[in-house]
Ligand binder design. Structure first.
Ligand code: ADP
Ligand code: MG
Length: 252
């Protein structure tokens, strides 16, 4: 399998007075093309920090991160998109403009930008709301706009930082299934997904592989492939057993 993202020997420490606080001890994992990977671990273990490193927003104290074989830099950063827990939309822009804005550096033609934005807005089921402002939308709808915006640039890698954590259980479940429908057809971008979550059921439902982190200073406790056939029924004994195994690995 082709390697899309490689995170190698990441180490992160912060100065605290005279000593140092080691936040991330040694974290390595790979994501291959067509792979959905979840990164799970206790709150505060550095999951969001690792995502920010993949986005080039934070530099690790040591270690390196490569996308398609090249270090993360302004040259390949446009190949990565991200969705955060709090949709991070521009409140002063309507839905259409919130999506169009990320296309500006990629498409010079105004009509092409609009057409592309409308296509993705429809894909996530919020057509009809193009001229609504974020404050007029529910949490689930805002996350739909964020997802439309993230995938409209046809990224190689989609990063998701607890994107369903702020939603009620019904909206969260609907959006997980819709995300899978958008993701599953092969050979269409995004070519890989990295989901950060502390929800084990969610990780087992969505992932091909789960990377389990320890509490701080975080290391990779285990990498577990999830081989349940898709579409996954989350109410089977096999599913429950897999969730239990992951939980046991997290808290030995
Ligand atoms: N500037 C900083 N100084 C000291 N520690 C920091 C700083 N920034 C982040 N951290 C550490 O990073 C951890 C938070 O990491 P984060 O990536 O948000 O965790 P998670 O997403 O897994 O909940 C905190 O526990 C804290 O120890
Ligand atoms: Mg976090």
């Amino acid at each position: 399998m082709e390697e899309l993202l490689s995170v190698k020997n990441i180490h992160m420490e912060y100065p605290t007075g005279k000593s140092k606080l080691v936040s991330i001890q040694n974290v390595s994992f790979d994501i291959h093309k067509n792979e959905f990977v979840s990164l799970i671990g206790p709150s505060g273990c550095g999951k969001s920090t690792i995502l920010k490193m993949v986005l080039g927003l934070i530099k690790p104290t040591s270690g390196n991160i490569h996308l398609n074989g090249s270090p993360i830099s302004e040259n390949n950063l446009s190949r990565i998109s991200v969705v955060f827990q709090n949709s991070a939309l521009f409140p002063w822009l309507d839905v259409l403009k919130n999506v169009e804005i990320v296309l500006e550096p990629l498409m010079a033609d105004r009509d092409e930008r609009k057409e592309t934005a409308l296509k993705y807005i429809k894909m996530v089921g919020i057509d009809g709301f193009e001229s609504a402002y974020p404050r007029e939308l529910s949490g689930g709808m805002k996350q739909r706009v964020s997802i439309a915006r993230a995938i409209s640039t046809s990224p190689d890698l989609l990063l998701l930082d607890e994107p369903f954590a702020g939603l009620d259980v019904f909206s969260a479940q609907a959006l997980r299934e819709e995300l899978l429908d958008l993701w599953l057809p092969p050979d269409k971008p995004p070519h890989a997904v990295l989901l950060v979550t502390h929800n084990v059921d969610e990780a087992v439902q969505l992932s091909d592989k789960i990377v389990i982190l320890s509490k701080r200073p975080s290391t990779v406790i285990a990498e577990r492939p999830i081989i349940l056939t898709r579409p996954r029924n989350t109410r089977t004994e096999e599913f429950y057993n897999t969730v239990d195994e992951v939980i046991r690995t997290m808290s030995p």
